[in-house]
Design a protein around this ligand. Structure first.
Ligand SMILES: C[S@@+](CC[C@H](N)C(=O)[O-])C[C@H]1O[C@@H](n2cnc3c(N)ncnc32)[C@H](O)[C@@H]1O
Length: 357
C-alpha cells in the first residue's frame, strides 16, 4: 500500500477531494507535528495537474519545511563537483560498491556512477530529501544502480542495506568549520563497520585552517555610538564568530595559514586531540582584527591536480562554503616576521578558536 493510500485510509474524506484540500490538510498536519504524512500529501497536491498556483505554493511551503537551503548552492559549485568526480574516477571501477553518506540530491552517487562505479548505496537521514534523491535516481535512469536508503548511516545494517562492505565511502557532510555535521562521529562508525579493509574514503582528509587577518565587515558587526549613545556594552553579547563569503572584498590574510586540526577520515584512531595551539608567522604588515578560519579537503591522496579543495579566501574566489571570522578582542598591529599563537578546542561537532598570544 502506498503512503498516500495509508493517508486516505486514515482520513477517508480526503480520497475524493482534490489538491486544494490536500494542500490545506497537509499544512494542518505539519502544524500538528505529523511531518511524514504532511509531506506525502503535500507532494501529491504539488504534483497534481489540477493544482492551482496558490495551492502549489501552500504545498511547497510544507515540502520545504526542514530542508536546508544550502542544497541549492552545493550543486552549483562546479569546482567541488569536479574534485569529487575526479577523485572517484581514480578509485572506483565496474566492480566497486560505493557508499554515499548523506545523499542530499543524490549528486555524489550520480557522479560515482559516471566515474565508473558499478553500484552505489546512498543513505540520507532527512526523509523528504531522501525521497527527492530516489526520484532523481529514477529520472536519470539509474535507479537500478543507485539505491537511496532513507536512514542515517549509523543505522545501516551490513548484509541487509549493504550486501558487503563498500569499496569506497564518499560523503560531503562538512560545514564551514568542518565538524558541525557530525562528520567525525559518522566516520568513526562507518569506516570500521561499512568499509572493506583498505577501502577508499573520499574526502580522505579534512583540515581546519587558520590565519590572522583583516575582516572588513567587522566594524558593521559591532556597536559603538548610535544616535549619540554609547551602546558598546552590548558587544559582550556578540556572536563569537560569523561567516563571510570566500571572495569578500577587502578580506585579507596577514599571516601564513596553518592547520589547527587535520583529520584522516579513514583513520579515526589517528585523529588529533581536543586542543590545538599553533604558531603563525606574519607575512604582511597590517592590523589584524580577526582570526580567519576555513576548511581544506583532500579528496584523495593521489596528489593529482584538483585533488585538494580549499576554501582559502582570495579576491573573486567562490565556493559553496564560507570562511569563518573569529573577531579578536582588540585590533593587533602586525609586522612581517613576527609570530603569534592561535589556540582552539574542539568537540566532535564544534570548535572554539582564540588568540593565545
Ligand atoms: C551537505 S549535504 C550534501 C548533499 C550531497 N551529498 C552533495 O554533496 O551535494 C549533507 C547531507 O547529508 C545528510 N546527512 C548528514 N549526515 C548523515 C548521516 N550520518 N547519514 C545520512 N545522512 C546524513 C544531510 O541530511 C544532508 O542532506
Amino acid at each position: 500500500m502506498t503512503e498516500l493510500n495509508r493517508i486516505f485510509d486514515a482520513w477517508p474524506i480526503l480520497r475524493d477531494k482534490g489538491p486544494d484540500a490536500w494542500a490545506a490538510f497537509a499544512r494542518m498536519l505539519l502544524d500538528k507535528g505529523k511531518g511524514a504524512e504532511a509531506f506525502t500529501l503535500a507532494l501529491a497536491a504539488h504534483d497534481h495537474p489540477d493544482c492551482s498556483n496558490r495551492d502549489r505554493r501552500i504545498a511547497n511551503g510544507v515540502l520545504n519545511a526542514g530542508v536546508p537551503k544550502w542544497h541549492w548552492n552545493l550543486v552549483q559549485d562546479t569546482a567541488r563537483n569536479a574534485a569529487y568526480e575526479a577523485a572517484l574516477a581514480r578509485v572506483v571501477g565496474p566492480d566497486s560498491l560505493v557508499l554515499d553518506i548523506g545523499a542530499g540530491t543524490g549528486l555524489l552517487g550520480l557522479l560515482a556512477l559516471r566515474a565508473g562505479a558499478g553500484r552505489v548505496v546512498a543513505c540520507e537521514m532527512n526523509p523528504s530529501t531522501a525521497r527527492m534523491a530516489a526520484d532523481i535516481a529514477r529520472i536519470n535512469g539509474v535507479a537500478d544502480r543507485l539505491r537511496i536508503i532513507p536512514r542515517k548511516s549509523n543505522d545501516l545494517v551490513l548484509g541487509t542495506d549493504l550486501e558487503r562492505p563498500a569499496d569506497a565511502i564518499v560523503s560531503e557532510i562538512v560545514d564551514n568549520t568542518l565538524l558541525a555535521q557530525e562528520t567525525l562521529a559518522t566516520h568513526r562508525d562507518a569506516v570500521p563497520r561499512l568499509l572493506r579493509p583498505g577501502g577508499h574514503v573520499i574526502p580522505g582528509d579534512g583540515a581546519i585552517m587558520v590565519a590572522l587577518g583583516h575582516d572588513p565587515t567587522l566594524a558593521t558587526r559591532r556597536m559603538g555610538i548610535h544616535e549619540g549613545f554609547d551602546l558598546s556594552a552590548f558587544n559582550r553579547l556578540a556572536p563569537p564568530s560569523h561567516s563571510l563569503i570566500v571572495g569578500t572584498p577587502g578580506l585579507r590574510l596577514l599571516s601564513q595559514p596553518v592547520a589547527l586540526f587535520d583529520f584522516a577520515f579513514d583513520q579515526p584512531e589517528s585523529w588529533p586531540g581536543l586542543h590545538s595551539d599553533v604558531e603563525v608567522t606574519v607575512e604582511t604588515e597590517g592590523t589584524a582584527n580577526a582570526i580567519i578560519q576555513w576548511i581544506r579537503l583532500v579528496l584523495d591522496r593521489s596528489g593529482a591536480e584538483g585533488s585538494v579543495y580549499e576554501v582559502k579566501p582570495a579576491p573573486g574566489r567562490t565556493s559553496c562554503w564560507a570562511v569563518v571570522s573569529w573577531p579578536l578582542a582588540s585590533p593587533l598591529a602586525l609586522a612581517p616576521g613576527g609570530t603569534r599563537r592561535i589556540a582552539a578546542r574542539r568537540t566532535d561537532s564544534n570548535i572554539m578558536i582564540w588568540l593565545a598570544y
